[in-house]
Design a binder for this molecule. Structure first.
Ligand code: DQA
Length: 138
C-alpha cells in the first residue's frame, strides 16, 4: 500500500509554530515514528508553501497511490484550485487538520477540500494523520 501525506503552507514550521495550537513535535520527527509503526505501508511525504506545487503533486500521485492525506493548511480555506484538483483525481483524499478549525476563527470553518474528500479528521492533533492512515486499511 502506497500513501502520501501532503502538507501545505507553514506546516514545515510544526514544532516551533504556535506550539499551543499545533504541538511541539516537528513533522519530520513525527513522520519517522509513523514510518516505524507502519512498516508495511509506503508513506511518502511532500510539503510545500506554494499552491501550484500542491496541485502538481496531487496530479502526480492522484492516479497511482492508494491514499492521499491532505492538510492544505491555510489554502483549505482559500484555494478553489486545490479543491478542483482533489475533485479531478481518482485516489481518495482524507482531509486532516491538526487543530479544531471549527473552534477557531470563522474563516477557518469553510473548506474547499471537504466536498470532494473521502473523509475529514479535525482537531485530533498529529494523531489525525495516523487515524487517516488507519482509514485506508480494509
Ligand atoms: C490547519 C488549520 C488551518 O486553518 C491553518 O491555516 C493551518 C493548519 C490545521 O492543521 O489545524 O495552517 O490546517
Amino acid at each position: 500500500m502506497k500513501i502520501i501525506i501532503i502538507n501545505g503552507p507553514n506546516l514545515n514550521l510544526l514544532g516551533t509554530r504556535e506550539p499551543e495550537v499545533y504541538g511541539s513535535l516537528s513533522f519530520i520527527e513525527f513522520l519517522e515514528e509513523l514510518k516505524k509503526k507502519y512498516k508495511d505501508i509506503e508513506i511518502d511525504y511532500f510539503q510545500s508553501n506554494i499552491e501550484g506545487e500542491i496541485i502538481d503533486k496531487l496530479h502526480e500521485v492522484g492516479f497511482n497511490y492508494n491514499g492521499i492525506i491532505l492538510n492544505a493548511a491555510a489554502y483549505t480555506h482559500t484555494s478553489v484550485g486545490i479543491g478542483d484538483a482533489v475533485k479531478a483525481i481518482e485516489t481518495p483524499v482524507v482531509e486532516v487538520h491538526i487543530s479544531n478549525v471549527y473552534a477557531r476563527e470563522e474563516f477557518r470553518h469553510h473548506s474547499y477540500i471537504s466536498p470532494n474528500a473521502s473523509g475529514i479528521i479535525v482537531g485530533m492533533g498529529l494523531k489525525g494523520y495516523e487515524l487517516a492512515i488507519q482509514s485506508f486499511y480494509d
